[in-house]
Every structure is written in structure tokens, then in C-alpha cells.
Design a protein. Structure first.
Length: 286
């Protein structure tokens, strides 16, 4: 037996040729514990854990209905291009993120579209002084290359604009080396670490320390850019965005109505003024 240091969501661990290999919970797919497990297998294990009641839930936890689902994975661990929940289906990218509207089971997803860029945006807690940008860049670059084993050439940039920290990861399908980790898996591990839900066996999350000072992160958002643009229609817009559009349209219509009424009143006033002047002139002539 052995311990899978990089994935606690496994069972049946054993040594094979000096390497620790285990079966991923939920799928039974064998994973190599010397590297990161694919995001698809991790999500499947997380859903299985939550169904059985074994999963720990933070006190502020709430369900992201579009984020966590029970995915269909290839034997390689990759997401299948088409994902379904009952009779509702959608297409995903290599990060397993929905990139089309939801349809019925007849939906065709011809290919698994590559996510070539992932943007991780974080916001740190209020501070008296800004962080040192170079120290911050070194910390996150070292963390990503050492903790998550991503080749440094895939870290496009680490930017700091107080209080926002932005990390760009870029990796085309032709760039990814055989056996190398995928930026989608790195982003998933990173996001779980930051939220205190580490996937690593020792459960130790990511301690963000810049120049020997602990930095508290308040918010983390991950954005995905695919090699082919997503296919969303207007009906997939969020209710909030629709509400904003409706308010703007109503404001424009109201402005037009006010303008028209103002012009009409002004026209009537001018006509009345001319009429009164004519009557005065007639009175004087008489």
C-alpha cells in the first residue's frame, strides 16, 4: 500500500514499478500519484463523495449548479465533449466548462474544444501598503511550477494591480507535452487550494506568503478562453444581465417620450403666444 500525495479522492492504492497508483473514486480509473489527476476524474469523485455524504462542506458552502456536475470521462481522464444530466445535454471544453446552451439528448458535440488560456483573478484583503510586485510574481510562479508541476513556459504573466492579482496560463494543444500537466487541471487544484478545499492528501491548503507576510485572498474567479469561440445565444444570458438590458431600454424609451412631449408643449406655447400678440395688435388698431 502507498499514499497518493496529490489526490485524496482515491481508493485501492498500490505500488507498481516503484510508483503509487490508485483507483479514482466514482470512475475506478487508475491514476498516477506522481502527477496531478485530471479535472474530470476529480469532479466525478467529488460528486460521488457528496452523494455518499462523506464530503466535508464548509459552513459558507453553497451549490454552484452549473459548476459541479457528474461528468462523463474518457479512460484517459479527459472530459467527453458532450455532457448530460438526464435528458439535458451541453458541450464542454477541455476544462469541462459548458460552452453551449443546454439542449435535449440529440445535441451533437463534434469535438472537444481546447481551452488555450485560463485567467485566474484574485483579490486580496485590504492592506496598509501594496505588496511587492516582483516578490508576488516569484511566489506564484514558484508555487505553480513546484506544487502543481506546470512547466514555467505556460505561465504567460503574473500581474499585480492593488488589490487584484491576475495569473494568465496559456497552453495550446500542440504545446502540451505527453505526460505533462494540463492548465485546466492546474487551475482546478489551485482554486481548491485557495478555497481551503485542498485535493492533496495532507489537506494543507495554499499558504500565500509574500516577503514572509501572510496574504489573505478574499475572492477568486477563473475565466476560460477556448480555441473556438463559445456558442451561447441571447436566451442564455443571466437574469441579471437581462435586467440591466431591460432597464437601459426603458430609460432610452422614457427619454424619447420626454423629448417628444417637451417639443409638443413648446410648440403649443409658441402658437399661443403668437395668437395673443395678433389679438393685441387688432385691439390697438381699433
Amino acid at each position: 500500500a502507498c499514499v497518493c500525495e496529490k489526490n485524496k479522492r482515491v481508493t485501492n492504492c498500490r505500488l507498481e514499478n516503484g510508483r503509487c497508483r490508485c483507483d479514482a473514486i466514482g470512475s475506478g480509473v487508475t491514476v498516477d500519484c506522481s502527477t496531478l489527476t485530471s479535472k474530470c476524474l476529480l469532479m466525478k469523485a467529488e460528486v460521488t463523495g457528496s452523494k455518499s455524504g462523506r464530503r466535508e462542506k464548509p459552513k459558507d458552502a453553497f451549490e454552484d449548479t452549473d459548476g459541479l456536475y457528474d461528468p462523463e470521462c474518457e479512460n484517459s481522464g479527459a472530459f467527453k465533449a458532450k455532457q448530460c444530466n438526464g435528458t439535458t445535454c451541453w458541450c464542454v471544453n477541455t476544462a469541462g466548462v459548458r460552452r453551449t446552451d443546454k439542449h435535449d439528448a440529440d445535441l451533437k458535440c463534434n469535438q472537444l474544444v481546447r481551452t488555450m488560456c485560463i485567467i485566474i483573478e484574485m483579490k486580496h484583503a485590504e492592506r496598509n501598503a501594496p505588496l511587492n510586485a516582483e516578490s508576488l510574481k516569484k511566489f506564484f510562479t514558484d508555487t505553480i511550477t513546484n506544487r502543481y508541476q506546470l512547466d514555467g513556459r505556460y505561465i504567460s504573466s503574473v500581474l499585480y494591480e492593488n488589490p487584484y492579482i491576475t495569473i494568465d496560463l496559456k497552453q495550446n494543444s500542440s504545446d502540451k507535452s505527453f505526460g505533462g500537466v494540463d492548465i485546466a487541471d492546474v487551475a482546478y487544484y489551485f482554486e481548491k487550494d485557495v478555497k481551503g478545499q485542498s485535493i492533496f492528501h495532507n489537506n494543507a491548503g495554499l499558504n500565500v506568503s509574500i516577503d514572509n507576510e501572510e496574504v489573505k485572498l478574499e475572492k477568486t474567479v477563473v475565466y476560460y478562453i477556448d480555441e473556438i469561440a463559445p456558442e451561447f445565444s441571447m436566451k442564455s444570458l443571466t437574469p441579471g444581465l437581462i435586467a440591466v438590458i431591460v432597464v437601459v431600454v426603458i430609460a432610452i424609451v422614457a427619454a424619447i417620450v420626454v423629448l417628444v412631449l417637451t417639443r409638443r408643449r413648446k410648440g403649443k406655447y409658441v402658437k399661443a403666444e403668437v395668437k395673443e400678440m395678433n389679438e393685441m395688435h387688432r385691439g390697438l388698431n381699433a
